[in-house]
Each structure stands twice: as structure tokens, then as C-alpha cells.
Design a binder for this molecule. Structure first.
Ligand code: PLP
Length: 396
């Protein structure tokens, strides 16, 4: 079955859905048993999709886990109340005091903060590495290195990592690999085929797709699933059935949404490429982009999220650019149906192992499902405001 078809069917088993098309919202803390034999059966199979206790999930959760597993290719999938919780849950499942973690330098900023502010005081040391390191990661491995963490493309700056090369090195040292696969969603990249052990999704983003749910997933291969599942359960992570229902509903349109996000984005990028104010566009589908060849090799397409760097611009200039937009709202997060804009004036502050080569501010866009001509008009007006303020600045 092709992926568009698999998205429609994934997880909608009759045993979860009953007679309805969608698996219903089943809310439960207590699960009640008819007799001792039933309870014993639940205890014996509590790590599987057997009703046991609300924290281990209900039919709603089981069906959605099945769907993500089926699409991403894992052996099991744990659910979390946010993407950030999935990240902490996966890291804490495999790290203990005295361990060493290799973390990609351009990771999602709260992931870096977790390493520095939570893992470090627990006695877990982090070394940040160049996203483009590839097999060179071998030189950073220590006897106590336990986890290599990847994110590809990286947050904000979008470097594409050589996932198979890094995973091959990790395997030869018996190191667990965890990837934040949110940009790809479960369908643009198949991380288990590339050799990773654990794949994380901020389902908050494209899976839900409507900017109204916080949810995370971590899928694991067969070897790592029992430990991920049990540790996440013991740490108390679980997600609300209502949120999971919305995620499962969002998932059904993921294919068509992503295709349209991609189409709109490539059109906007074509227009941006002509703008003299731009130093570089950071999008993995562009031939000059760091890791473009890996992107072509490992991904089946792109989405609506990318960044560009302005040649110059201070806070006032960037403020003029982002304020007064009609369609691009200012906000964190991405992956909903709507367009978003975010400015960052100090990319270097978010990395320590590599030096960021550009001086100008970075603008990140999420291209939504609006008509791209309206979005381009909005951007044209933003560049006009930018030019005006820079002209005034030069004159003054
Ligand atoms: C948003 C995001 C997260 C965190 O997800 P939340 O659901 O907001 O906690 C993790 N990784 C990436 C790449 C993200 O963009």
C-alpha cells in the first residue's frame, strides 16, 4: 500500500473502532475486571495493548500508537503529553548518572536546555556535535557514551544529518540512537530504515495539524521498545484520550496537507530567491543547502517550515518586517494550517560546537494552506517596511 492509503487505514482496526469509522474517545482511569482470571491476564500483558489502567492507555491510545508505529516503522510507540515530554522520556529511559550523551548542536532549543539544566545536575554529561559530522562522530565517542541524539533537519537552521552514517557508528559501539523526526512527520522520512533506535514526534505539529493540541510520541525498534515503554510508564507519562482523538483525526489528512504545504512553500521560496535583501534561504530542497544530497537520498518530500537569513537588520528592522503582517502570525510552534513568522537575531547563542557563518538576522516561516499569492503579497509588504526603515536608518 502507498503511504497516502496507509494514512487512511493506520490504527483503525475494528477491535478499537467498533462500528464507527473513527476510534472513539475512551476516557478511563480505572479499568474494571470481571474476575481474577481477567485481571491476571491484564497484569501479564500490561505492556501490550490490553486494558489495565488508564495510565497505560485505552482503545483510543492503542489505536493511535498502532497508527504511528505503522507509518514510522517502529515496533512500539509511547505517548506523551507533549513533544518535549517525549524527548525527556526517551532520554531518561536510556541515560543514568555517569553516562555521556552526544547531542546535535542545532537541536530544538528546549532540548539543549534539558541537557544543560536537567540532565547535567543528574550527572549526565552532554557533548554537542556538528550536525554535519557524519561518520566523524566516532572521534567523540567515549567509553561511557550511551546515547547519540539527532534531529534532521535541525531546528531553525535546517542542516540535514547523515543519519545512516551516524547510526552505523553508534551500532558498532552499542550506543542508542534517538532522533527528533518532527520535521519529517511520520511520512517524509523512515528513520528506522536509516538505522535509528528511537524516533520522536512532536505530534503537536503536523500530525495534529490544527494548532490546538499538545502531544508527543516516541517509537522504538523491537530491541529498545520494552525499556522505553516501561521507563516512560514509570515516569508517569500519559496523554489525554481527547487529545489523542484529535491527533488521530488530524493524521487522516496529513498526506494532503503536507503536499499542499510543500507546493505553497516551493512557490514562496521561488519568489524569495529573487529578493536582494536575502543572504541565503535555508531549505533542504535547495541544491546549495548543507546536506541537500542527504535530503534527496533520505526524504520523500518537504513541508512548510524553513528559514532565511537577511543580509542585514537590527531589532528595529526585524520588528518592522514581522509586525503588520496580514497572514503570517507571530508565534512559536508550527505545523498547523496557518502561516507563521518568527525572528531570531542571535543564532550563535543557540549553539556551542559550531560557529554560525551569517551576521544578519534569521527569519523562520511556516507556510500554511492559504493561497500562496496572498502570502507573497504579505511578504512583499514586509520587505517594503524593512527597506523603509533601513533607508531612514542610513539617512539618519
Ligand atoms: C515543537 C517541537 C518540539 C516540542 O514539541 P511540544 O509538543 O511543543 O513540546 C520538539 N521538537 C521539535 C523539532 C519541535 O519543533
Amino acid at each position: 500500500m502507498k503511504v497516502a492509503t496507509r494514512i487512511i487505514h493506520a490504527g483503525r482496526d475494528r477491535k478499537w473502532a467498533g462500528y464507527s469509522v473513527n476510534v472513539p474517545v475512551v476516557r478511563a482511569s480505572t479499568v474494571v475486571f470481571e474476575n481474577m482470571a481477567e485481571m491476571k491476564h491484564a497484569v501479564r500483558h500490561r505492556g501490550e495493548h490490553v486494558p489495565y489502567y488508564g495510565r497505560r492507555g485505552t482503545q483510543t491510545h492503542f489505536a493511535f500508537s498502532d497508527a504511528v508505529c505503522e507509518l514510522e516503522g517502529g515496533a512500539g510507540c509511547a505517548l506523551y503529553p507533549s513533544g518535549a515530554a517525549a524527548i525527556s522520556g526517551a532520554l531518561l529511559a536510556f541515560l543514568k548518572a555517569g553516562d555521556h550523551l552526544l547531542m546535535v548542536d542545532a537541536a530544538y532549543e528546549p532540548t539543549r536546555a534539558l541537557c544543560d539544566k536537567v540532565l547535567k545536575p543528574l550527572g549526565i554529561e552532554t557533548t554537542y556535535y556538528d550536525p554535519l559530522i557524519g561518520a566523524g562522530i566516532a572521534a567523540l565517542i567515549r567509553p561511557n557514551t550511551r546515547v547519540i541524539y539527532l534531529e534532521s533537519p535541525c531546528s531553525l537552521t535546517m542542516e540535514v544529518q547523515d543519519v545512516p552514517a551516524i547510526c552505523a557508528v553508534a551500532k558498532s559501539h552499542n550506543i542508542v540512537t534517538i532522533i527528533d523526526n518532527t520535521w519529517a512527520s511520520p511520512i517524509l522520512c523512515q528513520p528506522f530504515e536509516l538505522g535509528v533506535d528511537i524516533s520522536i514526534q512532536a505530534a503537536t505539529k503536523y500530525i495534529c495539524g490544527h494548532s490546538d493540541v499538545m502531544l508527543g510520541t516516541a517509537s522504538a525498534n523491537a530491541r529498545h521498545w520494552p525499556q522505553l515503554r516501561e521507563h516512560s510508564y514509570l515516569l508517569g507519562y500519559c496523554a489525554s484520550a481527547d487529545d489523542v482523538y484529535l491527533a488521530a483525526r488530524g493524521l487522516r489528512t496529513l498526506g494532503v496537507r503536507l503536499a499542499q504545504h510543500q507546493r505553497n512553500t516551493l512557490q514562496v521560496i521561488e519568489w524569495l530567491a529573487q529578493r536582494p535583501e536575502i543572504e541565503t534561504i535555508l531549505h533542504p530542497a535547495l541544491p546549495q543547502h548543507p546536506g541537500h544530497d542527504l535530503f534527496v537520498r533520505d526524504f520523500s518530500g518537504s513541508n512548510g517550515l524553513f528559514s532565511f537569513v537577511l543580509k542585514q537588520g537590527d531589532l528595529a528592522a526585524v520588528t518592522a518586517f514581522v509586525e503588520g503582517m496580514q497572514h503570517f502570525k507571530m508565534g512559536f510552534s508550527w505545523g498547523g494550517y496557518e502561516s507563521l513568522v518568527l525572528a531570531n537575531l542571535d543564532v550563535q547563542a543557540l549553539r556551542t560546537a559550531t560557529s554560525w557563518p551569517y551576521k544578519g538576522p534569521l527569519i523562520r516561516l511556516h507556510i500554511g494552506l492559504e493561497d500562496p499569492s496572498d502570502l507573497i503579497a504579505d511578504l512583499a509588504a514586509a520587505f517594503d517596511r524593512l527597506q523603509t526603515i533601513q533607508r531612514d536608518h542610513n539617512a539618519g
